[in-house]
Design a protein around this ligand. Structure first.
Ligand SMILES: [Zn+2]
Length: 464
């Protein structure tokens, strides 16, 4: 467990490094823009103001060695030609589990017992503490922004407030609080509150707004881990009227709506209702692709797709003896995976705005493995390393509406970045062990990732 009272932000607490302003020199710099190459011999200056011991830092200058003069009061950090790129943004996580396999099953009896077990596990570990650990594990793995999509206890909002109030150093956290689903619908027992009509939906939105959420999450279709039979994972659960009401209500207050969707019909209803980010996604027709790009019912005139191949690949590819999921879940995972992959490929080819998430908390989906979503997209959706890095940084920032703050290495933006031993444009796996993580100007040197025994070994065996 992490020690939250101690803010671990200085390089080895060396006496030489006591100033709050840093000059990173000898950088191979990847800025996060689409198709950006690594530029060598770069210098990046970070200026910090200090709040209760936590820095708030932004990038004040970027340039070649001969172009940047380092002011006297800056601490020089020589990264010795390592690679530097924006911190990762994980646009889809849950906090209720660390990603170790948990027994997902589909009979009503076993569904109840899983829920009880998860609730007990949360109680035992003290829910908030284990969720905080998950968030800090993500940060140590190089994720400087996380978006949480469904927390019945609203702990995501508590954690966000703690971080924003500088209680400790954490990633930028964007939370939906509880998701909204229909009676018996996806996530009803673990992540959602219930709405069964357009007006109840509006009330849920108002309630969530009162509790301080950053956006609204709804579940339009069923999901893999709690579907009762094969084919139920993408079954429509909300009506167009319900989706429209929630979107109208959220947009009125200026909040975006994210929707869990795992079938073609679900994507159609989400788009027609005005959903801003479609999570997971599925195969689409031409009309749907056009609606993604120009969707007047959304907050900003378009919808985006958040790819989560990592959420389904372990359940789809691994033996049920390893994942602990039922045969029903495995079959549903395969149905969803094939259509989801087709949908992501269609979206990328058609120029739909695409971002990435992992659905961390699902079996084998840990908080420290965000790089695997990039790896899966490169291997299965035929995108380049450059595209993958862009999706996880600048594109995600734009989708979440935080691109004026983070997502690329640009003067004026928050100092959120990672230092890597190798070039991620050639080897994505180097992202699995960052050398340094910098979040809002706070340096975590040699970050400590709590990896789960066996999980990575098993994931590495999946042949794609
Ligand atoms: Zn999810």
């Amino acid at each position: 467990m992490y020690n939250y009272n101690k803010i671990y932000f200085l390089v080895d607490r060396d006496d030489k490094i006591m100033s709050n302003n840093y000059a990173f020199i000898n950088c191979n710099l990847i800025d996060g823009n689409l198709n950006s190459n690594a530029k060598n011999d770069m210098i990046m200056l970070i200026e910090n103001t200090n709040n209760n011991g936590v820095n708030k830092g932004s990038i004040s200058k970027i340039g070649r060695k001969n172009e940047v003069k380092i002011p006297d009061n800056f601490t020089i950090i020589d990264i010795n030609h390592k690679y530097i790129m924006p911190g990762l943004i994980n646009a889809h996580v849950h906090l209720f589990s660390n990603g170790s396999p948990w027994k997902a099953n589909n009979t009503d009896k076993s569904r109840i017992s899983i829920i009880e077990k998860l609730k007990n596990r949360r109680k035992k570990n003290s829910a908030l503490l284990s969720k905080r650990d998950n968030v800090l594990n993500a940060l140590n793995s190089g994720v400087t922004t996380v978006r949480c999509l469904g927390d019945q206890q609203y702990d995501d909002i508590t954690l966000r407030n703690e971080i924003d109030n500088n209680k400790y150093l954490g990633p930028r956290l964007i939370g939906s609080g509880a998701a909204i689903c229909v009676t018996g619908g996806h996530g009803a027992s673990i992540i959602s509150i219930i709405s069964d009509s357009p007006w109840e939906g509006r009330k849920c939105v108002r309630q969530n707004v009162t509790l301080g959420v950053d956006f609204i999450k709804i579940c339009i279709t069923g999901g893999i881990v709690d579907a009762r039979k094969v084919g139920d994972a993408g079954r429509l659960e909300m009506t167009l009227e319900e989706v429209t009401a929630v979107c109208e209500e959220a947009h009125k207050i200026g909040l975006m709506v994210a929707a869990h969707v795992e079938s073609t019909e679900g994507v159609r209803i989400a788009l027609l209702g005005g959903v801003d980010t479609i999570e997971h996604g599925s195969e689409m027709d031409e009309e749907m692709i056009e609606l993604f790009k120009n969707n007047p019912k959304t907050l900003r005139g378009y919808s985006s797709l958040i790819s989560t191949l990592y959420a389904v690949i372990p359940m789809h590819s691994l033996d049920t003896a390893l994942t602990n999921v039922s045969e029903i879940s495995r079959k549903n995972a395969s149905i969803v995976y094939n259509k989801m992959l087709r949908g992501v490929k269609q979206a990328i080819n058609a120029g739909v705005k695409v971002g990435i998430g992992t659905d961390a908390s699902l079996p084998y989906v840990t908080h420290y493995n965000t790089w695997r979503e990039l790896d899966y997209l490169v291997k299965c959706a035929d995108i380049t390393h450059k595209q993958a890095i862009y999706l996880a940084t600048k594109s995600n920032a734009e989708i979440l509406g935080i691109d004026n703050e983070t997502g690329s290495l640009t003067v004026g933006k928050s100092a959120d970045f990672i230092v890597l031993d190798e070039n991620p444009l050639e080897n994505l796996r180097t992202l699995s062990n960052p050398n340094m993580v910098v979040c809002r100007g706070n340096i975590i040197n040699n970050p400590k990732i709590n990896k789960i025994e066996n999980v990575d070994e098993i994931l590495d065996q999946i042949a794609l």
